[in-house]
Design a protein around this ligand. Structure first.
Ligand code: ACO
Length: 428
């Protein structure tokens, strides 16, 4: 491939260098485009062809179904590592040694108490509030209790903010659930691992000792690992762009949580279960819903199918499908919703509409099924996704600030009215 891309506009030729990644991905660097061409910009709604940054964190190849964090294959991480090791490697670049991991977890645990006044904020929410709205608000509220802004030039300051949010976030997640269920807002135990502690905080009944089920713990560990990062998706781009204004880490994360909430992104796992419930209520006719999904005059989409970047298969879905089968088998769960899910999956995999468009079940098709089996309410599914995505958001924010990236500020092509006369209100 040539070293230079050439753009011809009329008589003029403009040259732009290529940028090449370590996996041979290629981009045209158009930083000088607007200045050189005196005003021409590119337009790319949805950013399908636009790279927003260079990043060392996550590599994915949507055609080949590859996902790697810091160079480690997702399949290896899901099988051999735990969530905290993965979090460490995303944030700091390499898998930790035992000493590094022990210190990291000790520092997180030291930060795992939230100001008791947070309970007053939780109390003010109605029980009907969506957990994602509550979580986003509480994450933003943490700023009020931890007001010092991060000096990104100080490794120590950065590190302290990171362990702080990794310590406090699971408490907010658990309390969001407990508020919904009318349970006392408790703490877990520092004697437990990160994921076990989350489970205890979420599920412990006030009058029963909580015993961690290892099968559920393993499945949750896997789910959190699979969701931990996914390069420049909607919520991660949000975190980076909000952080690029030098808003603090917690405020940037709060914005990321809001972005994740939508049904086309993290909210898909909730939407999958709601869709399956609706199909069941409607008599379980999967064919009817397949037809609706294919009808261009019907806004219905098969939730949990298709992906912006994976156009052959979602490698996370492959791993989690196996985990879902294990959890359901081990817990002996019989659930008509699951039969509907299996029916839809089979039909879609054999239907030319889905095959031709390369629409396959994504990770959220299966994650909702596991969360349901674990006894997590549907509205909490996206909160669980946020818990998993937290290290990725942190890593991306840290990279963006450390690289001193400029404020994110896209341009536009204005298509509105030209200058027109102001008309007094009585004459309109
Ligand atoms: N059901 C029915 N048709 C679909 C679906 C679906 N789930 N997904 C895409 N299509 C169709 C589109 O209508 C389009 O058809 P056309 O070519 O005839 O116009 C074609 O497939 C291509 O789809 P796009 O919209 O271009 O795909 P895009 O990359 O923009 O969107 C998205 C990807 C948003 C994920 C989409 O597939 C979708 O809405 N899926 C359902 C929601 C979902 O599961 N989201 C979770 C994503 S995973 C995550 O966030 C972790």
């Amino acid at each position: 491939m040539a070293d230079i891309a050439k753009l011809q506009i009329g008589e003029d030729t403009f040259e732009f260098p290529f940028v090449k990644g370590t996996e041979n991905e290629v981009a045209i660097d158009i930083k000088t485009l607007r200045g050189a061409t005196k005003g021409v910009i590119t337009i790319d709604p949805g950013y399908k062809n636009t790279g927003s940054c260079k990043s060392d964190i996550t590599f994915l190849d949507g055609e080949k179904g590859i996902l790697r964090y810091r160079g480690y294959a997702i399949e290896d991480l899901a099988e051999k590592a735990d969530f905290l090791e993965v979090a460490y490697s995303l944030i700091f670049g390499d898998l930790p040694s035992t000493e590094q991991l022990d210190k990291f977890y000790a520092d997180i645990k030291a930060q795992s108490v939230v100001d008791d006044d947070i309970k007053k904020i939780i109390d003010a929410f109605p029980k009907t509030a969506h957990p994602m709205g509550v979580l986003s608000s509480l994450t933003s509220a943490l700023t009020a209790f931890n007001p010092s802004s991060v000096n990104v030039d100080s490794e120590e300051d950065m590190y302290n903010s990171i362990v702080k949010i990794l310590g406090k976030f699971p408490v907010l997640v658990a309390w969001t659930l407990r508020k919904k269920q009318g349970l006392p807002l408790n703490y877990g135990s520092t004697s437990l691992g990160y994921v076990e502690n989350v489970m205890k905080m979420m599920f412990e009944k006030p009058n029963e000792e909580y015993v961690v089920n290892p099968i559920i713990k393993d499945a949750l560990d896997k789910l959190l690992i699979l969701h931990a990062d996914h390069e420049q998706n909607c919520s991660t781009s949000t975190v980076r762009i909000v952080g690029s204004s030098h808003a603090g880490l917690f405020a940037s994360l709060s914005a990321g949580i809001s972005a994740l909430w939508g049904p086309l992104h993290g909210g898909a796992n909730q939407a999958v279960l709601e869709m399956l419930e609706a199909i069941k209520e409607d008599g379980g006719d999967t064919k009817k819903y397949m037809a609706k999904a294919k009808d261009k005059n019907d806004p219905f989409r098969l939730m949990g199918f298709g992906h912006r970047v994976y156009k052959n298969f979602d490698p996370r879905a492959k791993i989690i499908k196996v985990a879902a089968d294990e959890v359901l088998k081990d817990l002996g769960i019989q659930d008509p919703i699951l039969d509907i899910a299996r029916g839809l999956e089979q039909e879609a995999l054999n239907d030319p509409y889905f095959v031709d468009r390369k629409l396959y079940p994504n990770v959220d098709f299966y994650s909702g099924i596991i969360y349901r089996a674990m006894g997590i309410p549907v509205e909490m599914f996206t909160v669980m996704f946020a818990l998993g995505r937290l290290p990725g958001w942190i890593a991306q924010w840290k990279e963006m600030r450390s690289n001193k990236e400029p404020i994110g500020r896209p341009r536009q092509i204005y298509t509105g009215e030209n200058l027109r006369d102001f008309v007094e209100i009585e004459k309109r």
